[in-house]
Design a protein around this ligand. Structure first.
Ligand code: MTE
Length: 327
């Protein structure tokens, strides 16, 4: 993001053919939209034929009706969500990620370690964790700092459920998340040596405990694809997308604000808080509007909302803070 001030607008013809034409997905999406539109009863959104070995399998997703598509939106098509990605461990090319992340990278089994200021340091297998806490589906807006956006049906669970298991002590003021660093698996570590690998991110404790803060293990009822951060990634819908770290291997509770990859790479461009704010421009581009991927043909520019539309839910967390200073 530091080196790409302008995002190249994708053409539909550049999207992967195989998924663009996968009828089962289109059919399923129609069913999902129908069920979301009706907003009635329970909607089991698992796509038939989903891979048999990943964290969502066997744990059907039930739509949580508190988190329906925001008014005036509908979920972005699966082919766009999984065909236009940022995952710098593999490549900075958004269309290449889906290929590079599927060249033998193994995401099963997958362990997350939890440490730092906790009563119970933990080492957890992701499948066991999902079995224990269960999963639900929530539809959230997703807004990248590069001024594009999607509306994504995530499957997963509230981060607070995992935090409760680790029992942080009173010294825990922040949470730090880390992604894998395996140079054999992903070329980005060698190709982009200036980044402070592994990719890390952080939240303040109250942000981490917020009801909206989610760990995703699936999309549209299917196990989360490699390119979207398999097998487990963070989703913080009121913050710019780079806070939503993929493929988490460690979670540490700290007493100091943790360093993060983007804040280290460009402190004047990527703040620690990174709340979506149309009133604070990125030094190199406006944040007032966004490209809604997959709408109006392919791309439509719509106004960006404060806290990405979640102002009512989260504004209180930042009372008294100057959000121009703490961007
Ligand atoms: N997590 C890791 N580990 N590596 C990354 O490069 N990119 C971030 C975020 N999480 C990134 C990451 C950025 S910039 C964005 S916008 C989102 O993931 C993109 O998520 P998506 O590809 O699922 O849309």
């Amino acid at each position: 993001m530091t080196k790409a001030p302008f995002v190249r607008i994708p053409k539909p013809s550049e999207l992967p053919e195989s998924e663009a034409t996968e009828e089962s997905l289109h059919r399923n999406r129609r069913e999902i939209i129908k069920s979301l539109g009706l907003a009635a009863g329970t909607s089991l959104l698992a796509i038939p034929g989903a891979s048999a070995n990943a964290a969502t399998t066997g744990f059907p997703t039930k739509l949580n009706k508190k988190y329906l598509p925001p008014k005036g939106t509908k979920p972005t098509e699966y082919k766009y969500i999984t065909g236009y990605n940022n995952f710098y461990e593999f490549t900075t090319d958004k269309y290449e990620v889906r290929f590079r992340a599927n060249l033998g990278w193994k995401t099963e089994p997958w362990t997350i370690e939890i440490g730092g200021h906790v009563e119970k340091p933990l080492k957890l297998d992701v499948n066991d964790l999902v079995k224990e806490v269960g999963i639900e589906q929530r539809v959230y807006r997703f807004r990248c700092v590069e001024a594009w956006s999607m509306v994504i049906p995530w499957d997963g669970f509230q981060l607070s459920k995992l935090i409760a298991k680790a029992k942080p002590t009173s010294k825990a003021k922040y949470v730090m998340f880390s992604t894998f660093k395996d140079e054999k698996t992903a070329l980005g570590f060698k190709n982009y040596p200036n980044y402070d690998w592994p990719y890390t991110e952080g939240l303040r404790m109250d942000e981490a405990m917020h009801d909206l803060t989610f760990l995703a293990t699936g999309i549209y009822g299917k196990p989360i694809p490699h390119q979207n951060g398999a097998p487990i990634r963070l989703v913080v819908p009121w913050k710019y997308g780079y806070k939503s770290i993929k493929s988490i291997v460690r979670i540490d509770f700290t007493d100091k604000q943790p360093k993060t990859l983007w804040n280290t790479a460009g402190p004047d461009e990527y703040g620690f808080y990174s709340n979506v704010n149309p009133e604070v421009d990125h030094p190199r581009w406006s944040q007032a509007r966004e490209r809604a991927i997959g709408t109006g043909g392919f791309v439509e520019r719509i106004p960006t909302l404060k806290f990405n539309g979640y102002e009512k839910e989260v504004a209180h967390l930042y009372k008294g803070m100057d959000l121009r200073k703490f961007f």
